[in-house]
Design a protein around this ligand. Structure first.
Ligand code: CP
Length: 320
């Protein structure tokens, strides 16, 4: 594996999930792979889970890890080509990425969207340039449009906790006070649509009018504006807020109550409830669910290690 940016970088979801579960059972079996190899984790935005779980995965594989908080400790990056750098930016991504590639065998990058210009965010210009100029394999730690390590984790978690062969999985929009990116729901939808093609899940998206995601990520999903109807027979409910894709980055007021609580949970097939975290209690998701027996959020966060470890293992195996 030379890059991990989207579900397209994984030939079979079933196979990568099974490999991750084997690693979970024997975390230190491949320490020789990472010996004398260095992973660099580059953050342009905050993180708790991605940072720690990816470091732990790398250490399990015997790697050395370096972390760079570019937003706080790095020079201000220029990403545009052909500009005279006489403003606030100090270093061009061409040099910055290339230099980091000299120090590291594998790099990870987190870069959130600005949510101002959809075309710019969805072009993934910064991420593509980083991958182009660093010269080593790159794992996405969340880009403007996708969060593939989270989605792989979610599929691992669904596989571990499913009680039926082909569970019904519902991605349910939730309220928030801020405009959040579409990266997590885009990515979750993209992975679930492929998992549905592989016969692994039955996938529904429930969202209020105006919060439709791009067709690029949702083709094959059942899409509804009715949360209660969608929850009928659900085995997993994946709760997540996102801002509007059509009116890019806008947050509309929604009249109906879209926060998952025990009353809504009673409509499901005793569904397990998931959220990528961080979560705002009693705004996005009720405390009664988070503290109750149906919540998988901590197990899900724990599984971030095995998602990162299987990706790093595949990259280490392909290093020349
Ligand atoms: N879910 C997730 O990516 O968490 P962090 O933003 O804390 O890494």
């Amino acid at each position: 594996m030379k890059r991990f940016f989207s579900v397209k970088d994984v030939p079979s979801i079933a196979d990568v999930v099974q490999e991750a579960l084997v690693l979970k059972a024997a975390p230190y079996d491949h320490q020789e792979l990472g010996q004398h190899k260095t992973l660099g984790l580059v953050f342009l935005n905050p993180s708790l889970r991605t940072r720690l779980s990816t470091q732990k995965a790398a250490m399990n594989l015997g790697m050395n890890v370096m972390v760079m908080n570019m937003d706080k400790d790095g020079w201000a990056l220029e990403t545009q080509d052909g500009v005279v750098m006489n403003g606030t930016t100090v270093e061009h991504i061409r040099e910055a990425a290339a230099v980091m590639g000299e120090y590291c065998d594998i790099l990870g990058l987190r870069s959130f969207p600005k949510l101002k210009d959809r075309e710019e965010d969805y072009s993934e210009d910064l991420f593509n340039k980083f991958m182009k100029y660093c010269g080593v394999p790159v794992v996405s730690l969340e880009s403007a449009t996708r969060h593939p390590l989270q989605s792989l984790t979610d599929m691992i978690t669904i596989t571990e906790y499913k009680k039926v062969e082909k569970p019904k999985v519902v991605l349910a929009w939730a309220p928030h006070v801020k405009a959040l990116p579409q990266a997590v729901p885009n990515s979750f939808a993209e992975w679930m649509c492929k998992a549905q093609e592989e016969g692994l899940v039955d996938f529904t998206i429930a969202q209020p009018m105006g919060y439709e995601l791009s067709d690029e990520f949702t083709a094959g999903a059942t899409i509804s504006n009715n949360l209660e109807e969608s929850l009928n027979n659900a085995d997993f409910v994946y709760v997540k807020n996102w801002s509007s894709y059509q009116e890019y980055g806008e947050v509309y007021g929604v009249e109906d109550n879209w926060m998952m609580d025990n009353k809504k949970l009673s409509l499901t097939n005793d569904a397990k409830v998931m959220h990528c975290l961080p979560v705002r209690r009693d705004l996005e998701l009720s405390s009664e669910i988070l503290d109750g027996p149906n919540s998988l959020v901590i197990k899900e966060a724990s599984n971030r290690v095995w998602a990162a470890q299987v990706v790093l293992k595949r990259m280490l195996e392909d290093l020349v």
